[in-house]
Ligand binder design. Structure first.
Ligand code: HEC
Length: 148
């Protein structure tokens, strides 16, 4: 849609608002206004979509930056070591092969699920509420790797 056309439609929309607000109006006028309103709404719809696309495009760099998954080590240092470095509340310590062996035996999928949903004294996601599923997997992988 050309800029000129947009301007015309904006004016038309303004006119409608003014017309509606201005007076109770004649029946004829109201019918015409409703039709115009519909027409303008239809014309404006594509414009709205374009605006939305623009927003998505401009938001994309931010989204992709935060969507970049953090490494297991980063997540561990930020959220998991509080408990897993010292064995708080019975948490299996990082590097404690004996403590981890029976857990690793349960299978990595179980460990992923338990770390995300919580288990025993371990709160869901180890309280890393902004951790994505992938980042939780990275953190579990990191801990398992260091503990066998
Ligand atoms: C508040 C303390 C705490 C924090 C923080 C914490 N954990 Fe835990 N975690 C525990 C405890 C306690 C257990 C042992 C739970 C049990 O088996 O009863 C555990 C167990 C686990 C297990 C073994 C689960 C199983 O099925 O045996 C994994 C994997 C795990 N944690 C991963 C993580 C990850 C990844 C993070 C960081 C995102 C994290 N934990 C943060 C306390 C914590």
């Amino acid at each position: 849609m050309s800029l000129m056309k947009k301007a015309v439609f904006s004016l038309l929309a303004l006119g409608l608002v003014a017309g509606l607000g201005g007076c109770g109006g004649e029946p004829d006028e109201i019918t015409l206004t409703a039709e115009q309103e519909k027409a303008v709404a239809e014309r404006l719809a594509p414009h709205g979509e374009v605006t939305l696309e623009k927003d998505v495009v401009s938001a994309a760099p931010v989204a992709s930056a935060s969507a970049e998954p953090r490494t297991g080590e980063e997540i561990y240092n930020k959220s998991c070591m509080t408990c897993h470095a010292v064995g708080a509340a019975g948490a299996p310590k990082l590097g404690d092969v004996a403590a981890w062996a029976p857990r690793i035996e349960k299978g990595i999928e179980t460990l992923y699920a338990n770390s995300i949903n919580g288990i025993g004294g371990m709160p869901p996601k180890g309280l890393c509420m902004d951790c994505s599923e992938e980042e939780m997997h990275n953190a579990v992988d990191y801990m398992v790797e260091k503990s066998q």
